[in-house]
Design a protein around this ligand. Sequence first.
Ligand SMILES: *Cc1c(COP(=O)(O)O)cnc(C)c1O
Length: 361
Amino acid sequence: MSRVYNFSAGPAVLPEEVLEQAREEMSDWHGSGMSVMEMSHRGKEFMSIAEQAEADLRELMAIPASYKVLFLQGGASQQFAMVPMNLLRGKTGADYVNTGAWSKKAISEAKRYGAVNVAATSESSKFTTAPKQAELALRADAAYVHYTPNETIGGVEFPYVPDTGDVPLVADMSSTILSRPVDVSRYGLIYAGAQKNIGPAGLTVVIVREDLVTEDVVAGTPTMLRYATHAAEGSMYNTPPTYGWYLAGLVFQWLKRQGGLAGMAEINRRKAEKLYAAIDASPFYRNPVDPACRSWMNVPFTLANPELDATFLAEAKKAGLVTLKGHRSVGGMRASIYNAMPEAGVQALVDFMADFEKRNG
Ligand SMILES: *Cc1c(COP(=O)(O)O)cnc(C)c1O
């Protein structure tokens, strides 16, 4: 058994316990004589898996009964289009907060369907901070406000939930969902691609307030891209991503065993503090992000001498610490330390960094 510590931004590490359980259940799920992959999505076995996963997610996030939980495909990127198609509801436009690479993609897609007002942008800081509430130029007649609570590439996380009054707040939580408790009632819609903090790629979770699920969609919106279609059919209008849904359910049960999101938040805080402390303690390493907005999930850092980058990565890999290369747009390193990254993995990285500095500093 030689598991590495995988710091990939996504698809990302999954809890080892979950992988072991999936292996045990791989070819014969609970005496059914078949793999979850081979089951009809409408059969009673899979229906029980699907219902349990939804119930566990609702419990973990304390999702009010007035919200639908949808298990879709298409990734977060498909939500960049589905959100405006479904939520503009006859209004001319929406407000977007621009905090980096993923916000920008959401904005450019939304422009295909309506007018986008960029309510705030942190571009002048090179996306190293999040705008404050007072800096958000929100419009009362906007159809919704979209923001990215955690920018996966820049490593910037909002330290607060924007107050948007009566205008629905929409959040791309792909890289922060389930990392700490959130008050779902503050949001009109939350979406997340699964491959960072939920399960395998191919599943997208959408949590949407019922009154936002309407037939008042942008003209020409395909059946498959309407929330109403999936809400009416329990996400089984067509074949859902059954195996991803099942694995997400195993992750939800694992999260409950960690003490739910409050327990997870404690662990995540410790992991992030340990890594940022190691970076800040030395001029050899640097993280550019405003300390108030540093992500608990994605930690980019650079070496004082970028000529050492390749050596750092090669030696880290030998030490069993992989996928630390930073995003091509940022350079340097990025350690993604999602829920499933054990504390021992962060400790191993911090120890390696200290040792590398000793030998090269
Ligand atoms: C990874 C990511 C995306 C893209 O997700 P896909 O599922 O690949 O479409 C969008 N937004 C954020 C914040 C992400 O981290």
